[in-house]
Design a protein around this ligand. Sequence first.
Ligand code: GTP
Ligand code: MG
Length: 426
Amino acid sequence: MFDIIADRFIKLQRKILGYGRLSQKEISDTLREIRILLLDADVNYKVVGEFLRSLEEKLKSEKIASSLKPGELVIVELYKEIVKLLGEKPTKLNLTNQFNILCLFGLQGTGKTTTAAKLAYYYKEKKPLLVACDPKRPAASLQLQKLAERVKVDFIPVKEDIFTTAKVALEFAKKNNNQLVLFDTAGRLHIDEELMKELKEFKEKIKPNYNLLVVDGMVGQDAVNQAKEFNEKIGIDGVIITKMDGDAKGGACLSIRAVSKAPIIFIGIGEKIDDLQEFHPDRIASRILGRGDIKTLIEKVESAVNREDQEKLTKKFLKGEFNLEDFLNQLKIIKKMGSLQKILSMMPIPELKVINFDEKEIIKMEAIILSMTKEERRNPKIIDGSRKKRIALGSGTTVADVNRLLNDFFQAQKLAKLFKDKRKIF
Ligand SMILES: Nc1nc2c(ncn2[C@@H]2O[C@H](COP(=O)(O)OP(=O)(O)OP(=O)(O)O)[C@@H](O)[C@H]2O)c(=O)[nH]1
Ligand SMILES: [Mg+2]
């Protein structure tokens, strides 16, 4: 899976790691190579453009800690952008303990029937019921029946039309306590109006918990277009990309989310019944880059950046030069650390446990500072009444909130000065 694209990314990373600095030239060279690489992997050209713009912005704005190679930062930023492109977090099916309906659809031969059986195996504890829903092809019903026997789950063969089939299947499932009913619908050669109308009607009448589109990862941009069209015409809850074990170049996987807006939920990685994987953007991104060690590199980069930031900030603070921009950076670090209350409660210092750190307050403070101009952040003294009103309006807060933040800030500045003077005395 992703062998070709990963090979090329590995070569590119070797080159990037050789950079002694990261000036506009290195950034432009890197972006150009990534562009060629992604286009060769059949990633949608609009997606490539957007991806490179976002990456360039990051590379230009990020500081490089002196203990790091510039290339290490580039790789980490590249990885983060790929994770973002793939959907950031995994989208899991939220199946209830009672009764769930899952409907699979997609064009001919994409892997619907195989995937239906794989899902039945994957959710075996839900006592799945596999339902053949292609009245035009009795062989399709037979194929699913054989798979149901192999997975050892219940099966309902197709009836004269899809609605009769659904009615029989749902009655059976209720009596038989099947918690998951899987409909394997008919494939079509092309997306035609009749297919869309039928699926839309099925969706409205049967109300599946999830409508999942199955696409073939080998067909690249065609799969992406199918996802876009199905989502626009009938609405899908997610995509399953099959045949990712073959020579799929990765283009479908990398473009589908951005183009169709539908999340990838599973990928098929073979013909066997257990060849189905939940889609984890972070794991896939590290495979695409050919880096199993990406987590270690991220930690290295982030801790180096944080350490240097912290050292610089402490110096600034002690000189009384701490401004609202620094304050904003601190807030971002605190937010990145996750639940502050949880962290504080784990510290072996009892005083910290009683501090009531309100995370909503942090978000509010951040919004206020973000509504200020650069000049105001660097020199908060210039913030007069009319500026306060504008900031409050821009951040969705009140002038009283802005006043509170500024008072706290000036108080902290005074304390810093006092601290500095004391250090001079001792
Ligand atoms: N290598 C590989 N083959 C797969 C995968 N998923 C499905 N296939 C194969 O693709 C072919 C078509 O799969 P089906 O499940 O019959 O496809 P379908 O969408 O139900 O097809 P129709 O019902 O005819 O529209 C079969 O030979 C499957 O074994 C996969 O993840 N990897
Ligand atoms: Mg089929």
